[in-house]
Design a protein around this ligand. Sequence first.
Ligand code: G3H
Ligand code: ZN
Length: 286
Amino acid sequence: PLVSMKEMLVKAKEEGYAVGQFNLNNLEFTQAILLAAEEEKSPVICGVSEGAARYMGGFKTVVGMVENLMEEYDVTVPVAIHLDHGSSFEKCVEAIHAGFTSVMIDGSHHPLEENIAITKQVVAVAHTLGVSVEAELGRIGGQEDDLIVDDAEAAYAIPAECKALVEATGVDCFAPALGSVHGPYKGEPNLGFARMKEIDELVGIPLVLHGGTGIPTADIQKAIQFGHAKINVNTENQIASSKAVRETLADNPGQYDPRKYLGPARDAIKATVKGKMREFGSSNRA
Ligand code: G3H
Ligand code: ZN
């Protein structure tokens, strides 16, 4: 069923695993992610950035695609459709109106007071309708679609500010920037585990790890231990799918039927997602 993230993340945090947010880029990503979740018996979060929604034909198109595939595939595991890095109150409302079951309001580029104010507005609307809300503090480095944060701007979240934001807004889950990066890492990731532990103890609600691509398993396990119940992955699926397309076309230079090269891309995404679900511990938890 289509649900908010609320219950799935509370359960994950209690039981010590994380639910994956896998970003949708097109039809094949959506198919692969839903099939992987059903086969793994894992809850799943379909992440949709504003840029990806534009590419796919708008929020309503995305909701229709997910709902119809869930029916076609007889999906029984819990699925959330989540706006990733929502840029404004208006965009969050638009996504909720289209049928999204969860939204992130990313006010991390605003000063704290403004971030709190805008997040509160989103929570007021979302919670009235049973939609869950994620907020962010600090600045996650790297690039995802329209969102570009260079090394100088990237900043770790401040624990006292995290506590203030979570308490003032009543969000369901929270993404403190702690050194993770969108897109491939330049060298090894350097996550601030001491600060992570401190923030987890201060806020209590499920934490969200953005930039899940390229984080070693040992660090993933530590992040889960220190309160992370949601891990976002996009780039790793993009890399796996484009590699499959490149290999297929290199082996068959005359191939022109998209189904013949996007089918292998879909298989590669599905295998990657299943691997992540096992790594995050969400398999057989639905
Ligand atoms: O919000 C989406 C994620 O944080 C994706 O990060 O592309 O580095 O896996 P990633
Ligand atoms: Zn992100």
